[in-house]
Design a protein around this ligand. Sequence first.
Ligand SMILES: [Zn+2]
Length: 200
Amino acid sequence: MRTSRRACSSFVLAGHPVLRRVATPVRGVAARADLPRLDAALRSALGEHYGVAAPQLGTSARVFLLRAHADDGPWIAINPSIQRRSREMVAGWETCLSVPGYAASVERPAAVDVRYERLDGTAVERRLRGFEARVFQHELDHLDGILFTDKADPRSLVHESYLLGDGPDSEAVCASLRQLAPEYEEEEYEESAGEGPRGP
Ligand SMILES: [Zn+2]
């Protein structure tokens, strides 16, 4: 997921077939030996954003990088999976480095029990909640060839300049968004959009 209002051409964009492929699990010595290079490429691409998956760099591997808060260091998830999903669903606004400029409301399980491997090969099992759970699910979808627009309420698709209050008639647009998606809060979007440098 992205924070920026600027499009980034270094990312593979919607329409490229690598974004629609089920990515390959990382297995075997050669694939594992390539992980430090991939980790470095993902970190450089992530910049100040919240998540980036290997297919967004054109690499069909089951690897992504994410962070839950702007100040947190990102962590890598290799061969990630979801073991359990909460019955409680929650809608929230999402954006994507591969779909620059647009946001939409996506309903997802509020909490997920996840499993993944670290760079050193150790397996981790954790429960994720809130925004971190949302980013994990968004990035995992990338490894299965799914974009957030596939799961979004299609009528909620909006240019993100409106959510940031920059678009023409922003106020009127946001008022109609609140009717469409009552959970919408402009402040919340701005908070999740973060501040500071808009890299990469
Ligand atoms: Zn994305």
